[in-house]
Design a binder for this molecule. Structure first.
Ligand code: HEM
Length: 482
């Protein structure tokens, strides 16, 4: 016994508060991020919080993150900790699929988000942003809740780029209502009891079934249209496949419809619907929140706004002096890029990224045992003064050379995660947020109203607490010139 004890490496220190058992649960429920931050202050880079029978072990700081982000899926598994999403995404999809299937499904998503696809999405993003603000910010001046505006706009863009033209043009109201019901069915309670008999869960399940029916219809109509096109081409002596390719949609739905597993089997209609829902969930709140903080922070700093206007004038003007937003120009908006990155550092929407330990992990002298839930927290780790100088100060230029604070160690800026499961939508999100703020900076003078909102740590995806008001005045435009 003695020998076993001496040769067993120690477990990480345990941080507790209040009376045993109940104290920790109470502290966690009333502010999980603050509780974990106190754990870090007391114990350092690695520590465990005990919640009932569950052990949550935190890794804080770039060196510790490497243990998390460099692990394989066999060592650290996503599926058990994200299983609450199964009733929303559906059976057999992503976290409900066996690992090899899940990895293939992720590959389909990354195909739909590769640069050649993003280039095609940008004109749709621009059109949606221009049309949204024309329709909703009416008159010469006004006040708007930026979080609400971006939430409405981003689901419009997502529906166009990801779910397709038919949904955007004819089924948008229906899909956004179904999305709302699915979203309401993903509450903190759902994490612990995803099938608890609540009204929200019942509505969630109904919305999931309706979403499947809706997409089955859309896909069936597409297939019929393509078949008719091929037939017509063949009757006219043309190549059927070439004719179909010419009319094929270029959205994520189509990518999934054309995808096949390595076995040669296509995705089922249910799998396609589930993947679309999963991607919508991955991008909707996260992009809305990051886009909103980008503006809420920048608009409180006159020098930053001035620099952003200068950059827009330098980069987003074509040969004829006309304002032009396209994929290549958006990539060159470095200052705006840094503003988004800084907003994400200060207020990451995903405050915990989690895995279940499947094979013991080692960090420093500690062993993290099988069964622990391993957590990295972007909100805690991106405010470490040893990584980001004066971390509570808004300073987008910290990413510019020569400082490049995020590049001093791997896994420093983890707003989009890292390693093999780093966010696949990072470029999509940057392009979308840059498009929105380019349109806003071009068309409006804006100022922030009141104090900077507080983050709402009670939400599943943490955003600014409303109201998030901005006052706007339409800018004079000179025939499209900046
Ligand atoms: C994964 C953040 C936008 C698709 C992740 C992860 C983070 C993240 C932290 C890692 C989760 C983990 O390791 O468990 C964000 C933020 C966004 C954003 C902050 C906006 C500012 C998007 C968008 C899409 C998307 C727009 C799709 C269009 C995905 C997917 C994954 C993912 C598919 C799963 C990758 C995997 O597990 O291999 N995201 N995301 N995200 N994100 Fe995003």
């Amino acid at each position: 016994i003695k020998r076993t004890a001496a040769s067993t490496p120690p477990l990480p220190p345990v941080y507790s508060e209040g009376v045993p058992v109940v104290g920790n649960v109470k502290a966690f429920m009333s502010g999980p991020m603050q509780f974990a931050r106190r754990g870090y202050q007391a114990c350092g880079e690695v520590f465990t919080l005990r919640l009932g029978w569950k052990r949550l072990t935190f890794l804080v700081g770039p060196a510790a993150h490497a243990v998390f982000f460099r692990a394989t899926d066999e060592e650290l598994d996503q599926a058990p900790v994200y299983s609450f999403s199964v009733p929303v995404f559906g059976e057999g999809v992503v976290y409900d699929a066996p690992l090899p299937v899940r990895l293939e499904q992720f590959r389909f998503v990354s195909t739909a988000l590769r640069p050649s696809r993003l280039r095609e999405y940008v004109p749709w993003m621009v059109r949606e942003a221009e049309s949204y603000f024309q329709r909703h910010w009416v008159g010469d001046s006004g006040t708007a809740d930026i979080l609400q505006s971006l939430s409405q706009l981003i689901i419009l863009t997502a529906s166009r780029c990801l779910m397709g033209r038919e949904v955007r043009e004819h089924l948008f109201e229906e899909v956004s209502q179904l999305y709302h019901d699915l979203d309401q069915g993903m509450q903190p309670l759902s994490v612990f009891a995803p099938h608890a008999p609540t009204r929200a869960h019942w509505r969630r399940d109904r919305a999931h079934r309706q979403m499947k029916r809706l997409f089955h219809r859309v896909m069936q109509e597409r297939r019929q249209r393509y078949a008719a096109e091929a037939e017509r081409a063949q009757r006219e002596g043309r190549d059927g496949q070439v004719a179909v390719d010419a009319v094929k949609e270029a959205d994520m739905l189509q990518t999934f419809m054309d995808a096949t597993y390595k076995s040669g089997k296509p995705l089922s209609d249910d799998e396609i619907t589930g993947l679309l829902i999963a991607v919508l969930f991955a991008g909707q709140h996260t992009s809305t929140i990051t886009g909103s903080w980008t503006g809420l922070l920048a608009l409180r700093d006159a020098a930053v706004v001035q620099q952003l206007h200068e950059e827009q004038a330098q980069v987003l003007v074509d040969e004829r002096g006309q304002f032009a937003i396209d994929y290549d120009r958006l990539l060159r908006l470095d200052r705006l890029h840094r503003c988004i990155k800084e907003a994400l550092r200060m207020y990451p929407p995903l405050i915990f990224i989690m895995r279940q330990v499947m094979q013991p992990r080692q960090y420093q002298q500690y062993t993290i045992p099988t069964g622990d839930i391993l957590v990295v927290s972007p909100s805690i780790s991106m405010r470490l003064p040893q990584v980001f100088a004066e971390p509570d100060r808004y300073d987008p230029e910290r990413y510019a050379p020569p400082r490049e604070e995020d590049k001093q160690a791997p896994f420093s800026h983890i707003g989009f995660g890292g390693g093999r499961h780093a966010c696949m939508g990072e470029q999509f999100a940057y392009l979308q947020i840059k498009t929105i703020w380019s349109v806003l900076l071009r068309d409006f003078d804006m100022e922030a109203v009141g104090a900077l909102p507080q983050p709402d740590y009670e939400a599943m995806v943490v955003g600014p607490k409303p109201p998030c008001l901005v006052r706007w005045r339409r800018r004079e435009r000179n025939g499209g010139n900046v």
